[in-house]
Design a protein around this ligand. Structure first.
Ligand code: ZN
Length: 63
């Protein structure tokens, strides 16, 4: 049984990470890179809900 391991690049530091059970943070190489990426994602999406509730109020007000 020759199972070829898939190699992915860490989105943060571009380091090669084997897509396997012993890489719990894949596609990231480490917990640190994962937290950095999630932190950026959370910061950006934080602003979206604010304008979303706004537009809902706006559409009922327009028409
Ligand atoms: Zn990394």
């Amino acid at each position: 049984m020759m199972k070829k391991t898939t190699i992915v690049s860490c989105p943060q530091c571009k380091k090669e990470v084997p897509w396997a059970n012993d890489s719990p943070y894949r596609p990231f190489c480490s917990e640190r890179c994962k937290l950095i990426d999630l932190g950026q994602w959370a910061t950006e999406s934080y602003r979206i809900p604010l304008s979303e509730s706004n537009s809902e109020d706006e559409s009922s007000h327009q028409a």
